[in-house]
Structures are given as C-alpha cells and as structure tokens.
Design a protein around this ligand. Structure first.
Ligand code: PEP
Length: 250
C-alpha cells in the first residue's frame, strides 16, 4: 500500500510574513490529515524560514529546482548540498514551467534528477503533455520519452528513491483538471512502464497528479488506483485548501 504524498509547489509566491502565516495555518490543521504525508516547496529564499518553523513537525520541505553541479561559478543557482544543508527532503525537477520558460530539456532534467539523488534528496520528477500533444494523441509517447531520459541515465532502481508527478501542462494553473479517468489512464501507463522494468519498484513508487487539484476534486482523483497524492500549485498557498486536499486522502 502506497501512502499518499501531498506536496505544495509555492512557485514564486510569498513574503516572509505570508509564508510564516501559511506554515502556522498548516501546523494548526496538520493533525486532521491522517492518511497522507505533507510537504511544501517554497521559493529558495524562504527555505531557511520554512525549515526553522517545520523542523520536528511531521511536514517535510523541499526545493523547486537545483543546479546539476554541487558548487562553483553558477551565479544565481542553488545546489543539492545547499538544499540538504537546510533540511530539504525533496526537490522538484522538470516542472513544465522550467521546461518551457528556461529551456530544460529531458537531458537536463535527467541530470538534475541524478544530482538530487547524489546529494540525498528525493526528486519529484514532473512529466506531462501539452494541450497540442494531447490533441495530437501523443500523450503516452511524450510521457514515455520524458521518463526514458531518466531510466536511460539512472536506471529503474533509482525510482526506489524518487517520486513521479504526472502534470498535464494544460491543467496547470488553468482551473482545468484532468478527469479522474484521464489522469488514472496516464498514471496506469506510467506504472505499467515501470512494471515492465521492475515490478517491485513499480509497486512502491508514488505517482502524484498535478494540475488544478483542489479540495473539491481531490477525493475523486485520489481514489484512483494509481494516483498516490498530488503536486499542488495554487491551492497550496491557502492552508485550509492544502489541508483539505490532504484530508481527501483520509
Ligand atoms: C503545479 O504547478 O505543479 C500545479 C499543479 O499547479 P496548479 O495546482 O496551480 O495547477
């Protein structure tokens, strides 16, 4: 049985005061979330504040991106060892916003996935198709290509210490959610691909859904056989909404 993970991607949002209030709200209600693990991924500059507030609580935290290198002359970048130094458990890699706005190729994402694991972080590997790709009937081949880049570089065994997030790009921040069946179909495809390589790893790896998940649609999505939690953008910025998604797994 896979325990669900509900992870918040705060993106580029939040002052110190807002982030502090958001964490306080999460801590007040965290006991109501019984059947899911919670994690938040704040902007890098807010990680120290979040780490201080969450240390010793049941809520984990992580980064939104990392550089493939451990240190050096890479102005503006954050490395895996830096994230670990601030107690991060997770780091998101290959989010569609990074792929589309910052030109991150499958190859670059695979490098970041490896760097995360090398430095003791659990990568949350995002995959997903654009609207054009879905309409062209290429959803599975796009997701397969994104996964193969990582399988080929790091092997199936590496997924014992990774999380996958299926995020249809057309559902991110748009208010359009994949139907539970549309999401389940792709999740089953992903798990089937893993199973063909290693059944034990396939049974263990958490495959999250991301794309306009909110308390009102979470229960149905989370009840699908192969959906093991959510990667949450907008709704992770409101404590009660994020907790409500966590409770939907109860
Ligand atoms: C995301 O960016 O990972 C995401 C799922 O965003 P939203 O929930 O806002 O669609």
């Amino acid at each position: 049985m896979r325990r669900p993970l509900v992870a918040g991607n705060w993106k580029m949002n939040g002052s110190q005061a807002e982030s502090s209030a958001l964490i306080d709200g999460l801590l007040e209600g965290t006991a109501t979330v019984k059947n899911a693990d919670l994690a938040v991924c704040p902007p890098a500059i807010l990680i120290p504040l979040v780490a201080t507030k969450l240390k010793g609580t049941g809520i984990a935290w992580g980064g939104q991106d990392l550089n493939v290198n451990a240190s050096g002359a890479y102005t503006g970048e954050i490395s895996g060892p830096m994230l670990r130094d601030f107690g991060c458990t997770y780091v998101i890699v290959g989010h569609s916003e990074r792929r589309s706005y910052y030109g991150e190729t499958d190859e670059i994402v695979a490098g970041k996935y490896g760097a995360a694991q090398q430095h003791g972080l659990i990568p949350i590997l995002c995959v997903g198709e654009t609207l054009e790709e879905r309409e062209a009937g290429t959803t599975e081949s796009v997701v397969a290509r994104q996964l193969d880049a990582v399988f080929n570089k790091h092997g199936i065994a590496s997924f014992a210490k990774a999380v996958i997030a299926y995020e249809p790009v057309w559902a991110i921040g748009t208010g359009k959610t994949a139907t539970p069946q549309q999401a389940q179909d792709v999740h089953a495809f992903i798990r089937g691909k893993l199973r063909a390589l290693d059944a034990a790893v396939a049974d263990k790896v958490q495959v999250l859904y991301g794309g306009s998940m909110k308390p009102s649609n979470a229960a149905e999505l989370l009840s699908q056989e192969d959906i093991d939690g959510g990667l949450i953008g907008g709704a992770s910025l409101v404590a009660e909404d994020f907790l409500g998604i966590g409770r939907a797994a109860n």
